[in-house]
Write a protein that binds this ligand. Structure first.
Ligand SMILES: [Zn+2]
Ligand SMILES: [Zn+2]
Length: 436
């Protein structure tokens, strides 16, 4: 008798059948009924990025762990608790990227692009964080993001914000979203603010959650966006960064606002919005939806004038943002995949062989063709109806003998005979005329 362990997935057997292996918890397959919405979102984003002078960069999904520790910050939840970090076979510590900016900036420095005066890059792809999965939050999730590097002009901040507003408008989502902005200062003015905030937090320390008890020393700004009720209520009187900005930051923020107003983009200033990542300076922003519950942020970003330097590059200012693809898709209307133009119902080996060159020619003419590979004529016709195809081409032994094929117009429920000689050309012509 074998002593088979049920945990041995390769050998596990239940009721005589091998047990199917499930996807990892918190990840999701995108199947063909959903992928048209993904493709539409990606297409519209690519189009907007091109209009604003952004070029696509494709960076690896894993990097040395150090890159994220240095850019995102050691004392952040992402680096401390959420990254997928592992030692590879050479003993090097690597992490799956938890966000896109760090890798893009690494590539910007390494490639020499940092020598250009202005560089605009966008990216899209999967990110990885070991968080508790819930609606709109997965362990492999997708972001579309952009980084504009080389200028600290407030006009650039405003242009990036206008891009996001028009992008959401074009996706039909703008009405349900709100934009909040803030300035979180610079290395000249933020330490003064941080000191004031630490002083305030020390006075309410007993009311803070365990996380904030720690963060009030390591990352006090983060206490301001803690979701725990007692942290919220006891920090309502906390000092606001907007009152501590230096002259340069204050003028910068006011210019961003002037440009946004000139563009007619609606926004609100939220002095408590501080962003989770250490490397942000000056402008910070978030687009949120009221239709998504707790995971309401659909896009977030801001300026990071010190990041390039911090990662070993030149001193280059920059601003960027990322969109959460899964969350945006929850808000977007379902778009169905395009149905086939033509379904082929073929009965018998002879008909199948005779139609090989025809199907090939029709598909090469750009026509979407679906077909069955088994079943009676009746069951194939049923599938033709379900497929949503406009036409059905029917060929069996009788048709071959007559030298004719039948082309059925599925909507009009009528059919005609077409000679086998020149069949592909005739089908192409009819299908294209109907599709025009
Ligand atoms: Zn400042
Ligand atoms: Zn808290």
């Amino acid at each position: 008798m074998s002593d088979r362990s049920e945990n041995d997935s390769a050998q596990a057997v239940s009721g005589g059948r091998v047990q199917a292996i499930q996807a990892v918890r918190g990840v999701k397959d995108v199947l063909p009924d959903e992928s048209p919405a993904w493709q539409r979102l990606e297409r519209i984003c690519r189009d907007f990025f091109a209009r604003y002078g952004f070029g696509e960069v494709r960076v690896p999904v894993f990097e040395v762990t150090q890159l994220f520790a240095r850019s995102i910050g050691e004392a952040t939840d992402i680096v401390e608790k959420e990254m997928y970090t592992f030692e590879d076979r050479n003993g090097q510590m690597l992490s799956l990227r938890p966000e896109g900016t760090a890798g893009v900036i690494r590539a910007y420095i390494q490639s020499g692009l940092q020598r250009e005066s202005l560089t605009r890059l966008y990216y899209l792809g999967p990110m990885f964080r070991h968080e508790r999965p819930q609606a709109g939050r997965l362990r492999q999730f997708h972001q579309i993001g952009a980084e504009a590097l080389g200028s600290e002009s407030p006009a650039l901040d405003a242009e990036v914000l206008v891009l996001t507003a028009d992008l959401f408008d074009s996706l039909g989502l703008l009405d349900g979203l709100s934009l909040e902005i803030n300035s979180i200062g610079c290395p000249a003015c933020r330490p003064r603010y941080t000191a004031a905030l630490k002083g305030f937090l020390a006075g309410v320390a007993e009311h803070l959650c365990e996380n904030c008890g720690r963060r009030k020393e390591t990352n006090p700004l983060r206490v301001l966006d803690c979701k725990v009720e007692s942290c919220r209520t006891h920090t309502t009187a906390a000092p606001e960064i907007i009152d501590h900005l230096c002259e340069g930051c204050s003028a910068h923020f006011s210019q961003v606002r002037t440009h946004l107003s000139a563009a007619g983009v609606a926004y609100a200033v939220n002095p408590r919005m501080v962003r989770g990542l250490d490397y942000y300076t000056r402008t910070a922003f978030e687009w949120t939806s009221s239709d998504l519950g707790a995971q309401s942020t659909v896009a977030a970003g801001g300026r990071y004038d010190r990041l390039v330097e911090r990662l070993g590059g030149q001193s280059k200012p920059g601003i960027g943002f990322a969109l959460g693809v899964e969350r945006l898709l929850l808000l977007m209307d379902e778009t169905r995949e395009d149905p086939p133009h033509l379904f082929c119902a073929l009965v018998g080996d002879e008909a199948e062989v005779a139609m090989v060159p025809v199907l090939r020619q029709v598909r090469n003419a750009g026509i979407r063709v679906d077909r069955a590979f088994e079943g009676s004529l009746k069951s194939q016709m049923k599938r033709a109806g379900k497929s949503g195809a406009a036409f059905c081409l029917i060929v069996g032994g009788d048709e071959l003998a007559r030298g004719q094929a039948i082309l059925r117009d599925m909507a009009k429920r009528d059919q005609r005979e077409i000679p086998l000689a020149g069949l592909a050309d005739a089908v192409c012509e009819i299908v294209k005329a109907a599709d025009a």
